[in-house]
Ligand binder design. Structure first.
Ligand code: GLA
Length: 388
């Protein structure tokens, strides 16, 4: 018996109708591009969030997590209100409750007002920049639709999950994380156009090329992250408007210098330069993956990190140290991944260098007086699915 299903039965006294799972993600390249309608190239992690669920008929939504010290939260499905999300110890439940709210708003499925019982268990570390929130949202969206026999297209589910996070939880994120969790496929990176939600599955088999991917969780989460994210987003939107463009996506790489000369604010110029060069890097990494020249992606990853550090100013000393140390220990390239200000870095290395790079990064953190990082090997895994 699946563990999450077993826990559901112990908790609620009957068996769930099914278990749905959605993974965390690492973004290979394309950072802070998604709210600019740009490109990103994430892949799914093997770590997943599972949701065991069953329908109810009395309009009650019950939520419980194995990972949080809080009891079962009981909500009125028809009364879910973005102005009053769960708070305090129950704040985690804002994600599944928000998804139920977004689905109800979309009328998908109509009889979701009957309510449901949910039990959640996750392997995706929280606060590590690996999209534990998106994994929870997407697994919930899959469960709540699946219970009613619906299988909406994955991009539609991802968009609803993002809406839950934006409008109900109140986090102004883009759609990359939810798309990666919902749509990624094993052995591939997901080349995502965040304007059209067009997806291309690009073969990314590191092992076959003798390569490996290391995820370095710095275990740092800076408090300023949320405000700084919203501020970056606003700066980009203002700059696009000043340039007369719908979004920075519409500024071609070849037109960058001319556009920069039209922006008076030096901060806005740096932010725009990051977004436009980052979109270009996504396309070039895609090319090198398609050509089977995986090592050539390395310097583009490192250039992406430099751009996030210097132009976008969302890195931090721990991320910079992880990247610089991995590079010095022989990585082909390394960069912070996710929103920044802490969270995780990613390094593309020779498979046989895994122990050496791990040791080098760990030692460097100790010498700098930082908390030891959590270093794990990653390989592109499958996106969300029903597992029971
Ligand atoms: C966070 C957000 C994403 C994306 C990244 C930065 O992970 O949730 O939508 O904006 O930051 O690329």
């Amino acid at each position: 018996m699946n563990r999450t299903a077993g826990e559901f039965r112990e908790l609620y006294g009957y068996s769930p109708e099914g278990v749905w799972a959605a993974p965390g993600r690492v973004n290979l390249i394309g950072e802070h591009t998604d709210y600019n309608d740009g490109f990103a190239l994430p892949f799914a992690l093997p770590q997943r969030t599972e949701v065991a669920a069953a329908r109810r008929t009395d309009g009650i939504l019950r939520l419980h997590s194995a990972d949080v010290r809080a009891g079962v939260l009981t909500l009125d499905a028809a009364g879910l209100d973005p102005a009053r999300p769960p708070r305090g110890a129950d704040a985690w439940a804002g994600y599944p409750a928000g998804v139920a709210w977004a689905l109800l708003e979309a009328g998908l499925p109509a009889d979701l007002t009957g309510g449901a019982d949910l039990h959640v268990r996750s392997e995706v570390p929280t606060g590590a920049g690996l999209s534990s929130s998106a994994a929870l949202e997407v697994a919930t969206a899959l469960a709540l639709t699946g219970l009613h026999g619906l299988t909406p297209p994955s991009p539609e589910l991802a968009a609803l999950a993002r809406r839950a996070e934006n409008a109900y939880v109140g986090v102004p994120c883009g759609v990359m994380d939810q798309m990666a969790s919902a749509c990624a496929t094993e052995g591939h990176a997901l080349r995502l156009d965040t304007r059209t939600l067009e997806q291309r599955h690009i073969p990314f088999d590191c092992a076959a090329a003798g390569l490996g991917l290391l995820v370095v969780d710095t275990r740092v989460r800076h408090a300023l992250a949320d405000g700084a994210y919203a501020e970056r987003r606003a700066t980009c939107h203002r700059a696009a408007a000043a340039l007369g463009l719908p979004a920075l996506r519409d500024l071609p790489y070849a037109g960058l210098e001319e556009a920069l000369s039209r922006l008076a604010d030096p901060v806005a110029r740096r932010r725009v330069r990051h977004v436009v060069t980052e979109n270009e890097r996504v396309l070039r990494v895609e090319e090198s993956l398609r050509a089977g020249r995986l090592r050539e992606a390395g310097p583009l990853l490192s250039a992406g990190h430099a751009s996030l550090r210097e132009d976008y100013e969302v890195s931090c000393p721990e991320l910079d140290l992880a990247v610089a140390t991995a590079e010095a220990a022989g990585a082909y390239g390394a960069r912070m991944t996710g929103g920044g200000f802490g969270g995780s870095a990613l390094a593309l290395i020779d498979a046989e260098a895994e122990a050496e790079v791990t040791r080098a990064v760990t030692d460097a953190f100790v010498r700098a007086g930082f908390r030891p990082p959590r270093v794990t090997a990653a390989a592109p895994a499958a996106g969300a699915d029903r597992i029971l």
